[in-house]
Design a protein around this ligand. Structure first.
Ligand SMILES: NC(=O)c1ccc[n+]([C@@H]2O[C@H](COP(=O)([O-])OP(=O)(O)OC[C@H]3O[C@@H](n4cnc5c(N)ncnc54)[C@H](O)[C@@H]3O)[C@@H](O)[C@H]2O)c1
Ligand SMILES: [Zn+2]
Ligand SMILES: [Zn+2]
Length: 389
């Protein structure tokens, strides 16, 4: 089969690799019809993780079940399914509590003592191949496949967002403990930040502020109904206080991650976290879904190399704020978010800028990595050649 393979920093190519196959009776194989490139892939693409060369990337996957393991009960050949980017078992102590992003069975314990969580095609998240490929092996298929309704093909580019960014945006608002009628400040107008804004709107936020420096992305935030805050127009905390009676937003979401940068494009790893503490009111909660890594040897910053940032602990403590972090537990949300899409209450595909065949993935990575204007979200169709054309 054809797959997008990582060969080193900014080196990816579409190669012929062995077909994905059933390895355990609890697996299925899915023929992928849509798979996305994610901001998380860029951390690996840029060589800023320890992902191994030869890894097939891609964790935002949707397709049709073509092979079913003997022990799989509810998933049938021909089902259209979307796969959470996390791989969970469904029966460990964390999966049982709905923390499917922190599965103990599927985690690779050799990475870090006490490590939990697994994902397709991802640094430090186990040996699983990604789905920027024609076929994907899905472990514990009864747990990990979400079946789609009859409008699966018609709304495929909406449903594929259930694999990651729509639940992750929603998770940011839940970690931030957003309540109906409250205001929220969201840092990052990338796909995740935009999905957080859409989620906040659905949950009845009174004001939604989306912070970024890229006009094309800020205009999508406006389309969603948010107030765009350009970080080039001065201190973000001051801009937010001005719009919230002087107190700051009720809660906040971090949807940028450790590679955040200042308006001159220089990486300043603590910039967004400290600005978030500043822009959220005293007693407010911060939801941090942007990725931070335990080690970043490729960073220029001395602390960042060790996975540390200089955090405004004093201001955070004095304001009595709280914080939630981590990978999204996609399984907690994806079924209900699917139904919002099915009933026409959510349209996450509105952020897609490009639909391409798999062969064009390497050049798509390049454009998306450079944050070229207009490259917001790339969707690949590895087997659906008519649609990708
Ligand atoms: N927790 C999870 O489960 C999970 C899931 C998916 C993605 N993520 C992470 O979420 C983050 C965002 O993902 P994405 O796909 O939207 O990525 P992206 O790179 O497309 O978007 C990030 C945005 O942040 C903006 N930005 C950079 N510095 C900024 C600053 N100082 N202030 C405000 N905005 C700034 C960039 O201009 C860009 O638009 C990434 O770190 C990604 O790895 C986490
Ligand atoms: Zn993703
Ligand atoms: Zn588990």
């Amino acid at each position: 089969m054809k797959a997008l393979v990582y060969h080193g920093a900014r080196k990816v190519s579409v190669d012929n690799v062995p077909d994905a196959k059933i390895e355990k009776y609890t697996d299925v194989v899915v023929k992928l019809t849509t798979t996305n490139i994610c901001g998380s892939d860029l951390h690996m693409y840029e060589g800023r993780t320890d992902v191994e060369k030869g890894k097939i990337l891609g964790h935002e996957n949707l397709g049709e079940v073509v092979e079913v393991g003997k022990a799989v009960d509810t998933v049938k050949k021909g089902d259209k399914v979307v796969l959470p980017f996390n791989i969970g078992c469904g029966f460990c102590a964390n999966c049982e509590r709905g923390l499917s992003g922190f599965c103990l069975t599927c985690a690779d314990q050799s990475v870090m003592p006490g490590m939990a969580g697994a994902a397709y095609g991802f640094a430090g998240m186990g040996p699983y191949a990604g789905g920027q490929a024609q076929y994907l092996r899905v472990p514990y298929a009864d747990y990990n496949c979400l079946q789609l309704p009859p409008d699966a093909t018609e709304k495929e580019t909406d449903y594929v967002m259930l694999s990651d960014i729509f639940p992750t945006g929603w998770h940011a608002t839940r970690l931030a403990n957003l309540q109906p009628g409250e205001s929220i400040v969201i840092y990052g107008a990338g796909p995740v930040g935009l999905m957080a804004a859409m989620s906040a709107r659905i949950q009845g936020a009174s004001q939604i502020f989306v912070v970024d420096g890229q006009e094309d992305r800020l205009s999508l935030a406006r389309e969603i109904g948010a107030t765009a805050i350009d970080n080039k127009n001065g201190d973000v905390g001051d801009q937010i206080r001005e719009l919230t009676g002087g107190w700051g937003a009720d809660c906040g979401a971090e949807c940028v991650g450790y590679q955040c940068h200042n308006s001159a494009g220089k990486e300043v790893p603590n910039l967004v976290m400290n600005s978030l503490v500043d822009a959220v009111k005293a007693t407010g909660t911060l939801g941090v879904v942007g990725v931070f890594v335990p080690k970043d040897p490729g960073a220029e910053d001395r602390l960042a190399k060790k996975g540390e940032i200089a955090f405004d602990m004093g201001k955070f403590w004095f304001k009595g704020q709280k914080m939630g972090t981590g990978q999204c537990n996609v399984k907690t949300y994806n079924r209900r978010l699917r139904d919002l899409i099915h009933q026409g209450k959510a349209n996450p595909s509105m952020i897609i800028s490009h639909e391409l065949p798999l062969d064009e993935a390497p050049s798509a990575y390049k454009h998306f990595d450079q944050r070229d204007p207009g490259w917001t979200k790339v969707v690949l169709h590895p087997n659906d050649f008519a649609r990708a054309a």
